[in-house]
Design a protein around this ligand. Structure first.
Ligand SMILES: [Cu+2]
Length: 159
């Protein structure tokens, strides 16, 4: 009988992390649903048409981003800003949501961060550490459904 109780406790301990993991995923999806609204509110940092594709970049603080997603800012997170980009066919205005997107950010101290921007609802985004004041160079390379590699660059100033 004692053995059975121990076993049951062990099984419970094992299943707990899995359950919370699944829950995290659920709330993450919810977050994505809210993100479009959030990004529409954020200021446009750069907009450019590259070979028929209109790229719209938005930069917002993680604080703004998490608040809009109704999530708490995780403690000890070194990323301070969220960079998002939306692609549209320049002729038709149709959203282009499939592809591979990479961004390289060079800080005022010349330190570089390179990340893949994750596809979310209608846009691509990733978090970066823009904690130093000054000018950041953002270079973005993207390969959308047509297979063509395009790129766009802009400066973002942290005051
Ligand atoms: Cu996003």
């Amino acid at each position: 009988m004692k053995k059975l109780v121990v076993l049951a406790a062990a099984a419970l301990a094992l299943s707990a992390p899995i359950a919370s993991y699944a829950m995290d995923h659920g709330s993450m999806d919810m977050g994505h649903g809210n993100m479009k609204m959030d990004h529409d509110m954020g200021g446009v940092a750069h907009e450019e048409v590259v070979n028929g594709v209109k790229a719209t970049f938005k930069v917002m603080s993680m604080k703004e981003h998490m608040a809009a997603m109704k999530m708490e800012l995780p403690k000890g997170m070194k990323e301070t800003h969220h960079i998002a980009v939306e692609f549209k066919d320049a002729k038709t205005g149709k959203a282009l949501t499939e592809g591979e997107v990479k961004a390289k950010v060079q800080g005022p101290d010349k330190a570089e961060q390179t990340k893949d921007l994750m596809g979310m609802q209608g846009h691509f985004g990733a978090d970066f550490d823009l904690s130093k004041k000054g000018k950041y160079g953002v270079m973005c390379k993207f390969k959308l459904k047509d297979g063509q590699v395009r790129s766009s660059k802009f400066w973002y100033t942290v005051k």
